[in-house]
Design a protein around this ligand. Structure first.
Ligand code: NAD
Ligand code: TYD
Length: 341
């Protein structure tokens, strides 16, 4: 039995990863350590709770005593660190919590790994550590591109990557890192572009397109990301990082158009709003390393995956309606006034 400590497993990608691993392997035991912040949601794993190869523990990755006690009791073979503050808009309002969780929380996990030993510490990172690209630049990011973060969230993820490498080079903790493009799929908190626009459109509310609406992202279906992480755990080389991309780039305009067409909603729902400060123009990854060395390639075609995802939100209003009611009153209503722009 492989025992895997997954952190942040009640969030979007972490919950998909836990389900993916438990479905795929009979000999995997998963402990999910999650603080249940505003976006940590037990509903994301309601079908998994009760499975005897899964255990949920509520707590902070920055809590040394707690993480140590988990290591003493369960002796994990592997840690996969998804836990993070993950939303650029929020980082503009409160950068500190991003540094506390993403950098110091990660450092705390590594410190416990150093103390008790671990076969692999895999860190989930992002394309955003490399900074942004011109919309038409043909030189996209490789694993050895320089780190040039431009937002508080990106800087916290970049710093975390450095700390992870430090624990490898200085202390010998066996790490791997993956830097992935923008994910889409089921259970994404409805503050990020796709679930926000889909759920707003379903409620006949406006879609707030940042005015630089030709800015674009590279889109990865969440289960393709999970498959890549699984492969890195099995065959990835310790000390290395792997880009996870697809080559599928879509602008804010294109995403809005697909959503409105799929839901048969009018173009008039589009509303142009101020860019967030430091709005990155474009991220794009060169991903031949994971393709050539580990044999990974995305399986989900974007045109099919995006429609399936939009329809999942349409068919699961009970999942997202309470999240929007919970967080949006105290957050989005005041967002632009808080920024004092
Ligand atoms: P998310 O915001 O949906 O989930 C984050 C989870 O972490 C939540 O369940 C939250 O409760 C938990 N958490 C936050 N602080 C914690 C703490 N101190 N201790 C324990 N748990 C804590 O995020 P996501 O979109 O699923 O992203 C997961 C990881 O993937 C992050 O590290 C993010 O930087 C990275 N990533 C995300 C994307 C994307 O498109 N969403 C792309 C590339 C990389
Ligand atoms: P987001 O989902 O926040 O991810 P990222 O971390 O890549 O910025 O945003 C994706 C893109 O969508 C980005 O260009 C900003 C844009 N966007 C909007 O235009 N309006 C919105 O309300 C949000 C949340 C994002």
């Amino acid at each position: 039995m492989r025992t895997i400590l997954v952190t942040g497993g009640c969030g979007f990608i972490g919950s998909n990863f836990i389900r993916y691993m438990l479905d795929k392997y009979d000999d995997v035991f998963i402990i999910n350590l999650d603080a249940l912040t505003y976006c940590g949601n037990l509903d994301n794993l309601s079908d998994i709770n009760g499975i005897n190869r899964y255990k949920f523990i509520q707590g902070d990755i920055g809590d040394f005593e707690l993480v140590s006690s988990i290591f003493q009791e369960f002796k994990p073979d592997i840690v996969v660190n998804f836990a993070a503050e993950s939303h650029n808009d929020r980082a503009v309002l409160n950068p500190r919590i991003f540094l506390e969780t993403n950098v110091l929380g990660t450092q705390n996990l590594l410190e416990v790994c150093k103390k008790f030993g671990i076969k692999r510490f895999h860190h989930i990172s992002t394309c955003e550590v490399f900074g942004d690209l011109d919309l038409n630049d043909s030189n996209i990011f490789t694993e050895s591109s320089p780190y040039k973060p431009r937002t508080p969230y990106n800087a916290s993820k970049a710093a975390a990557d450095h700390v992870v490498r430090v624990y490898y080079h200085t202390f010998g903790v066996p790490i791997t890192i993956s830097n992935c493009g923008n994910n889409y799929g089921h259970y994404q908190y409805p503050e990020k572009l796709i679930p926000l626009f889909v759920t707003n459109a379903l409620e006949d509310k406006s879609l707030p397109l940042f005015k630089s609406s030709q800015n674009k992202r590279e889109w990865v279906y969440v289960l393709d990301h999970c498959a890549a992480v699984d492969l890195i755990l099995q065959h990835g080389k310790v000390g290395e990082s792997y880009n996870i991309g697809t080559g599928v780039e879509k602008s804010i305009e294109e995403i809005a158009a697909i959503i409105l067409k799929t839901l048969n909603k009018p173009e008039t729902l589009k509303q142009y709003v101020q860019d967030r400060p430091g709005h990155d123009r474009r991220y794009a990854l060169e991903w031949s390393k994971i393709k050539n060395e580990l044999g990974w390639a995305p399986k989900i075609n974007f045109e099919e995956g995006i429609v399936e995802t939009i329809l999942w939100y349409k068919n699961n209003p009970d999942w997202w309606k309470k999240l929007k009611n919970r967080s949006f009153k105290d957050y989005y209503d005041n967002y632009y006034s808080k920024l004092k722009l």
